[in-house]
Design a protein. Sequence first.
Length: 604
Amino acid sequence: MIMPSQRSSAGTAGPWWPWLALAWLLVAAFQMWSGAGGLDLRLGDSDDAMRLVEVRAFLAGQGWYDMAIARLQPPDGYVSHWSRLIDAGLAGLYYAARPFTGPAGAEWFMRLAWPLVWLAPAMAGVALIAARLAGRRAALIAIAFAAVALPAQIQFQPGRIDHHNVQIALALLGLAAAVWQDRRFAPPAAAVLAAMMLAFGLESLPFVALVAGAFALPGLAEMAAWRRAGRFGGWLALTTPAALAIALPPDQWLTPMCDQIAVNSAAAVALGGAGLWLAARLEAAGRSSARRSLALCLAAGLAAGVFTLVEPACLAGPFGLIDPAIRPIWLDRVAEARSLAASLTTNPAAALSALVFPLMALGLGGFLLGRDRGGARLALVIMLAAVALGVALLGAMIRTYSYAAWFALPLAAAGVVALWDGLGLERLWHRAIPVVLCSPLVLTTLAVLAIQTVKPADPHSPRSARSDACLATASFKPLAALDKGRVAAATNLGAHLLALTPHEVLAAPYHRLSQGIIAANAIFASPPDVALKLARDNAVRWIVVCAKYPPGGIGDAALAHSLWQALKDGRPPAWLRREAATTAGPLVAYRVENWSSPSAARIR
């Protein structure tokens, strides 16, 4: 029988909460000291810039369900698939600060405080999980690891206002409820957290499935666990439709989508939960392990069947309904969307440094599993599965590295405690050795040093410096002073142009913008005479160039004859006039001569 141990729970009696509060305060102070000044210099990545655009529209009176951004891909506009819940939280911080700082200061405070607010529950979740795995000592080590985990901390730096820090915190709290599932509060808490994960972003669906499995599978071996699984399923069936109602207006409740909570995902989760609840309530279904297994298979099959039948394309993931035409010109070139294997060839230091700590944690978890003879085995199996899932997602898409790093923290901490006990380490400095060697800071640093020894970084590479210059806030100030008009620019610049200038923008790096992405890329990828027609057809008034961002989907021969290459080489065609005010910066603007009105122009 797999059950959490009373011995393990008793190990949490010590006062580790003050150490958690102190660690959060120290990390928050360091993050503010190191990152607050940068808020005036840059907005972060495209997601941070786009979130700022959304929040400003919400603060200006845009409705809860109105997720349209009219200045992007005009005249049709763009409807965001992100959660308004995050906009509401950010708006709350803004309104709290505005009486003391004014509007500009309130926005600055909002960007500073938001990620640090979510760092607290993330660290608490890590400590709770570690305490269940190996008691108070593991909780303290996990807190220390969380404070120095560089790959994990990246999503909680000032200015990170997208959604990953929220999703990480909710996933950790959901896992904490799963490992403490013998407590009465755990099943409903886990179900509410799972529904919140879906409402905040469908990227959390694998973690929702993990939490559901953590409750359902132990019930196959023991009747009390089966009843707990039923309670979890019942709460999940109630809270998931509420999450759908919060996220979408009634006229969209029956529209399937792959990139946000919708009827296909919500119905699958709710019906699966309802099936689990019903099976646990029927005495006949729970009389034997075989019957419970059959009932669980039926509930899982119902969920999978509904999800598949409503929209089969979503089996391919959140990009299941994406226009395939934008893959070669944009999506395949997005660094954070690449697989681990692809990232190892382009940036091996970053890829291996993201992988080494979760793999070490899996090794320590395996060592702990071999030694454990108590009831903490269930919690250990759950966290091994969580880290393995994080590594698998990391292998498919490198941007999930922070999830794997956070899931690995409590497992690594419990493994260090097992090393102490297994090796009989009693002296303080003896115990410090595995703590230091297994810490994410040391492992990440050693991985980077090892890779750079084998393959030194090119000191003359302009990649990072050029990228920072093109996205720096100051680079957009000359553009903001130009006459309002529609801008054609590299897709990577689109969100920053929206946030930092008053112009309309043809494209930004989001998969629902296929028409704008194709049109903007075609302008830069075409020869100048063809680009002229495309620019006028799309009512483009300004063409903005960053030498870092060439068009995608074309070979070297076509690129050599493209408008982008001509502008990069300083050979603008006669129909473009360079704006002198922009020539000193990394972003150079060109006015389209004989510009046509955008009143009737559509993206082509």
